[in-house]
Write a protein that binds this ligand. Structure first.
Ligand code: G3P
Length: 276
């Protein structure tokens, strides 16, 4: 499974790329707002265009998703083309993020605009990351339209299901991949029992029909979520910076390090050129 970092913070991206363990970057308008606000607060007046170019250069050779802001077909296509023309020449790694369905209300006339925009951009050979996926059917339609990636939102799907089940939770609380039952009945959302189950259903369908689109699990909030989407067969997981640290953390690893370091005998250390 490939690992992307879900952030617009340049320092976080630089740190992970320096280690060499990241395969891509995902941003969204909220992440860019957070990064821009933080920089302004610290008196950094770097233009957003320069800032994005720095991100693209840091991630050279790996995909960076940049999202459109418009919510109807022509606007999304226009912005997608603009984003691609302006930024892709920097490091040839821009993926345009398009919402699967930009409508703000159910069955609105604009409900097909996301899929139409994906189709048009894909025809122009502009790679698309289709975002805000909450059903495997949405993933199927986006894949058929030619999206390079589909992004099911694991954490937000879990939020929705546990709200339905009226379970008290904090955003960072883990929700089991197998789902939960209430009064003996599994609580589901249109046949989906958890965020990880959503990812798994997307993977199963796209593989079954040999669609080239890759599943990019997003809205991941815990190390268990990472494990769950790896087991669900996701092609990619996009992970917030801090979770990368947690993925490496275990109490027994720390304890083991302390004991092993304490037990080094001088003769052994000397063999390795260390004087103790
Ligand atoms: O990748 C999407 C992500 O940024 C949203 O995360 O935790 O706000 O649902 P979250």
């Amino acid at each position: 499974m490939k690992l992307f970092v879900d952030t617009a913070e340049l320092e976080e991206i630089q740190a992970l790329y320096a280690i060499g363990i990241v395969d891509g970057v995902t941003t969204n308008p909220s992440l860019i707002k957070k990064a821009v606000d933080r920089r302004k607060k610290h008196g950094d007046s770097t233009k957003i265009e320069t800032y994005i170019k720095k991100i693209l250069k840091t991630a050279k050779g790996t995909p960076v998703s940049l999202e459109v802001t418009k919510t109807e077909y022509a606007g999304m296509v226009d912005e997608g083309v603009r984003l691609y023309k302006k930024f892709n020449p920097v490091a040839r790694n821009v993926y345009v993020k398009i919402p699967v369905n930009p409508a703000m209300k159910k069955n609105d006339v604009t409900c097909f605009d996301g899929i139409r925009a994906i189709k048009t951009l894909a025809k122009k050979n502009i790679p698309v990351n289709c975002t805000l996926i909450f059903t495997p059917e949405q993933a199927l339609l986006a894949a058929k339209a030619g999206a390079a990636f589909v992004s099911p939102f694991l954490g937000r799907e879990n939020d929705f299901i546990r709200k339905k089940g009226r379970w008290f939770f904090k955003k960072e609380d883990y929700y089991p991949s197998r789902g939960r039952s209430k009064d003996g009945k599994l609580v589901t959302d249109q046949g989906v029992s958890s965020g990880a189950n959503l990812v798994n259903q997307c993977v199963t369908i796209l593989k079954k029909y040999n669609l080239k689109t890759q599943v990019l699990a997003a809205s991941i909030r815990s190390t268990q979520d990472v494990l769950d989407v790896a087991l669900a067969g996701s092609d990619i997981a996009t992970i917030p910076y801090n979770l990368f640290k947690e993925l490496l953390t275990h109490q027994k690893t720390i304890e083991g390090m302390k004991t092993f370091t304490k037990d080094i005998v001088p003769e052994y250390a000397k063999l390795l050129g260390v004087t103790k």
